[in-house]
Design a binder for this molecule. Structure first.
Ligand SMILES: NC(=O)c1ccc[n+]([C@@H]2O[C@H](COP(=O)([O-])OP(=O)(O)OC[C@H]3O[C@@H](n4cnc5c(N)ncnc54)[C@H](OP(=O)(O)O)[C@@H]3O)[C@@H](O)[C@H]2O)c1
Length: 229
């Protein structure tokens, strides 16, 4: 019986590679995409797509409940939705801060909350969230303050979930990519050495390893994938 993996942000750069990797690994892949957006996922009986605005708590809770009802279990949840904004403290008013927290933290929290309860009841599961390097390095974070603050909450959330998850075999990992080699980043930084960046495929393979049966008994894993940048 294939395991069920829920992947949010599945239509993004990292999301698409992660969908491909988990399909290849033999999972039953369940994805969420933003309402109305066209997606070009490979058709097949092992991929099911749901539309949901994950910044909306009620909508998110309902879609997770529907997925659980229709698929029976959620063994693994990969919470990949996120976005970026520049700005030092002088540029970062409440609106700017709220926008980043909504996109980077709420979208993970609103999914993690019902998923965690489901995993507790089914005696275990794996959750993976995406952090960011500026949240760990103040010299970088000062230039992208709202982004760094919103991502720093991801690390704390994972710690708290791992404290509760220790008794019910739910392990939450945080992947910390450096600059991901995406078309948007190449356009924004045309003079950079793209070889130094981390590819979506490498991150997807690492996420797959973290979620695999062979995974050692990691507690509170935080995995940094910075490439050579
Ligand atoms: N790119 C980097 O260099 C980098 C570096 C460090 C960390 N990260 C983190 O890595 C993760 C993936 O990055 P990426 O470059 O693959 O991002 P991306 O290509 O911009 O993809 C973001 C995904 O989030 C989805 N999304 C946005 N708002 C949503 C909403 N309200 N409800 C549901 N889905 C929503 C998007 O869907 P639609 O396209 O349909 O709107 C898209 O699938 C993010 O958490 C990001 O912060 C990225």
């Amino acid at each position: 019986m294939p395991k069920n993996v829920l992947i949010t942000g599945a239509s993004g750069n990292l999301g698409r590679s992660t969908v491909d990797t988990f399909l290849r690994d033999g999972y039953n892949v369940i994805v969420t995409v933003t309402p109305g957006k066209k997606s070009d996922f490979p058709a097949g009986k092992h991929l099911t797509s749901y539309e949901a605005d994950l910044t909306n708590e009620k909508v998110t809770e309902e879609v997770v409940k529907l997925i659980h009802k229709q698929h029976g279990t959620i063994d693994t949840a990969l919470l990949l939705v996120g976005g970026f904004a520049m700005g030092k403290i002088g540029d970062t008013d409440k609106d700017a801060l709220t926008k980043m927290i909504s996109l980077n933290f709420d979208t993970a929290y609103f999914v993690a909350r019902p998923v965690f309860e489901i995993m507790k009841q089914q005696s275990g599961g794996r959750i993976v969230m995406v952090g960011a390097r500026p949240a760990l390095h103040p010299s970088e974070g000062k230039n992208v303050l709202a982004y760094a603050l919103s991502k720093s909450m991801i690390f704390k959330l994972a710690e708290f979930l791992n404290a509760e998850g220790a008794s019910c075999n739910v392990v939450t990992s945080v992947i910390v990519p450096g600059i991901i080699d995406t078309p948007a980043n190449r356009k924004a930084m045309p003079d950079a050495n793209f070889q130094d960046w981390v590819s979506p495929e490498e991150i997807a393979r690492t996420i797959s390893f973290l979620c695999s049966e062979e995974q050692p008994s990691f507690r509170e894993p935080v995995v940094k994938l910075y490439g050579n940048s």
